[in-house]
Design a protein. Structure first.
Ligand SMILES: Nc1ncnc2c1ncn2[C@@H]1O[C@H](COP(=O)(O)OP(=O)(O)OP(=O)(O)O)[C@@H](O)[C@H]1O
Ligand SMILES: [Mg+2]
Length: 224
């Protein structure tokens, strides 16, 4: 099976040398657990290998705010962004006016960009927006069918706790699920990463300790 290295120290060895390619992987976790950091770090890692990246966000955080936060990490490379190797797109304004256009806009952007790696961060507001119209299921099916047909690695972040995952449609539709969490144990909060599933991969199981520093997110192999 073809693979792409994740760009996250310690994660490739948990996944038989990287994410399956092509594939769609859900990065689930509660607020502040490191979903955006992981996803974008992987985009910049790809860019270093000459891959094109596309970052899609909607509503929850404007693109410039995300970029400002990310630019403090050492993996962020302004030159890569200026050269267009990584494209940042904020669907927020369009989506509020016309939620039904969301899918077409996403497809058009992807066709324009021809990315090797795509990040949708987070998918939660898109789903919430469509919920009241009862269009969520259809949207998700179409989006995932489209993404799967496209030859790329897709990382989709979602605001979810462990309890949410087992009955979420997203987790059934993707090839892999990675959960980030920060449970309180013995009065300290530590951050963890767990690979819940990864198709075609003998992956490490159980929660692994992670660290977020100026260099980004890293898995501390073997430490608990
Ligand atoms: N330079 C840094 N050094 C150490 N920790 C950091 C650094 N920058 C960010 N963090 C940690 O990473 C967390 C934010 O990570 P990130 O934004 O990737 O999480 P997220 O899961 O995407 O959050 P949200 O659900 O709000 O979008 C911060 O809450 C902080 O704990
Ligand atoms: Mg985020």
């Amino acid at each position: 099976m073809a693979r792409k290295t994740t760009g996250i120290p310690g994660l490739d060895s948990m996944l038989q040398n990287g994410f399956p390619f092509p594939s769609a992987v859900l990065i689930a976790g509660e607020p502040g657990t490191g979903k955006t950091t992981l996803a974008v770090q992987s985009l910049f890692h790809g860019a270093k290998e000459g891959e094109k990246g596309l970052y899609i966000t909607a509503i929850s955080e404007p693109q410039w705010l995300v970029q400002k936060f990310l630019s403090s990490f050492s993996f962020y490379n302004q030159e890569v962004v200026e050269k267009g190797m990584i494209d940042f797109i904020d669907l927020g304004p369009t989506i509020v006016k016309n939620p039904s256009d969301m899918l077409d806009i996403i497809k058009k952007k992807i066709e324009q960009c021809q990315p090797d790696r795509i990040v949708i961060d987070p998918i939660t507001p898109m789903i919430d927006l469509l919920q009241w119209r009862g269009e969520t299921r259809e949207f998700m099916h179409e989006l995932f069918a489209y993404l799967k047909a496209f030859n790329s690695l897709v990382l989709i972040t979602s605001e979810m706790s462990y309890d949410d995952i087992s009955h979420s449609q997203e987790s059934y539709m993707v090839d892999g699920v990675i959960v980030l969490s920060y449970p309180e144990e013995e009065k300290v909060r530590r951050k963890f990463l767990e690979v819940l599933k990864m198709r075609g991969t003998k992956h490490t199981t159980g929660r692994q300790l992670i660290d977020i520093t100026d260099e980004g997110l890293a898995v501390q192999a073997g430490l608990r």
